[in-house]
Design a binder for this molecule. Structure first.
Ligand SMILES: Nc1ncnc2c1ncn2[C@@H]1O[C@H](COP(=O)(O)OP(=O)(O)O)[C@@H](O)[C@H]1O
Ligand SMILES: [Mg+2]
Length: 332
């Protein structure tokens, strides 16, 4: 059985990201090039989570029960890990993860999106049948299964898939040592393969979201321009404060994104003013307007950039991708 994109379920996609065609790939046994310090290097990268060995080949990883894994040393652009989070449901976290991922990819970036929500909406949005997945991000977090083996390649970008068993992850992780760092550890082996990793989170501030915060450079908070939606941001801010103190000093709110925006109502204009007063220039210039196209696209298993490439929603997500890249470059 195959998924929408013709990948046999359970079989890891060829995980080369087209790199075998790139001239900069050095042949096996060629000494690693002298490494310069990247301007994109994260501020406080702990020693134990640094990039893997500087080789370009299939090398057997010692003590890896799952055999050889692909390791590269492409360093010219440092991977940026961005988490999409808001403990409120239905604010367009999943929609934004998919469409921002597709837009960043369209710009020429290598993009991985990670589904960290047991509802698996992101995985489903790519047209993947979650019922038949033999392994998912649950196995990665709980059983230390290599993330490479649950990444599927799609025409839009790569995706690390989730299924409903992820609902048991919080409980399974809760008794594990290093439970907050399971995702950070898991992605360390693929970070060199991507320019951007986007993480879609569940509507809660539980252990899965804490894992996402611990693994991320920054958080984008999709929010609706409604007074009650804004109140929840205080709680999210407090959680990030605790994460910064104990687990990941660099994580911060990189942007607050207005979604499902309808500037015609007085309430949404007032809520936007309040948001700008509180968060200043963290509020992103790009606003995603309300449109049924964003609900229709996942039914076809594609982003809105593919579904209606010339539409307003596609243009807004392209503008968002440009803004994210500009903000990231400003921040480093
Ligand atoms: N800009 C938008 N306009 C209209 N509907 C939207 C928009 N963005 C998302 N949606 C729809 O709203 C619902 C919730 O979005 P979703 O991305 O699943 O939110 P979350 O992941 O935060 O729970 C989905 O049905 C989605 O298709
Ligand atoms: Mg969601």
């Amino acid at each position: 059985m195959t998924n929408t994109f013709g990948h046999p379920y359970g079989q890891a996609p060829e995980h080369d990201h087209g790199q075998q065609h790139r001239p900069e790939v050095a042949p096996v046994a060629t000494p690693a090039p002298i490494q310069t310090v990247s301007p994109h290097a994260p501020l406080q990268q702990p020693q134990e989570h640094q990039a893997p060995a500087q080789t370009h080949s299939f090398i057997p990883q010692q003590q890896d029960p799952y055999g050889p894994r692909f390791v590269t040393n492409r360093q010219e652009k440092h991977c940026r890990v961005i988490c999409l989070s808001n403990q409120k449901g239905g604010v367009a976290k999943t929609t934004t993860t998919m469409n921002l991922g597709a837009a960043l990819s369209e710009m020429g970036n290598r993009v991985l999106v990670i589904d960290l929500d047991p509802q698996s909406n992101l995985t489903m949005s790519f047209g993947i049948d979650v019922e038949t997945l033999p392994k998912s991000i649950f196995d990665v977090l709980v059983h230390k299964y290599p993330i490479e083996h649950i990444i599927q390649t799609t025409p839009e970008c790569d995706i690390a898939v989730a299924s409903i068993d992820l609902a048991g992850a919080e409980l399974a992780l809760s008794s594990m040592i290093g439970r907050e760092r399971a995702l950070e550890k898991a992605i360390s082996s693929v970070k060199n393969d991507y320019d951007y990793i986007l993480i879609d989170t569940p509507p809660s501030l539980g252990l899965l979201t804490v894992n996402a915060f611990t693994a991320s450079d920054e958080v984008i908070v999709p929010v609706q321009a409604e007074y009650l939606s804004l109140r929840g941001l205080v709680q999210l801010d407090n959680t990030l404060h605790v994460i910064r103190e104990h687990l990941n000093p660099k994580v911060h709110i990189g942007g607050v994104l207005l979604t499902m925006y309808d500037g015609r109502t007085i309430h949404s204009r007032e809520a936007t003013e309040l948001l700008e007063k509180t968060y200043g220039d963290k509020v992103m210039n790009t606003r995603i307007k309300k449109t049924i196209r964003l609900a229709e696209a996942p039914v076809q298993g594609s982003s809105v950039l593919t579904y209606e490439s010339n539409g307003n929603a596609a243009a807004q997500y392209r503008a968002l991708a440009q803004e994210v890249v500009a903000r990231v470059e400003q921040a480093v």
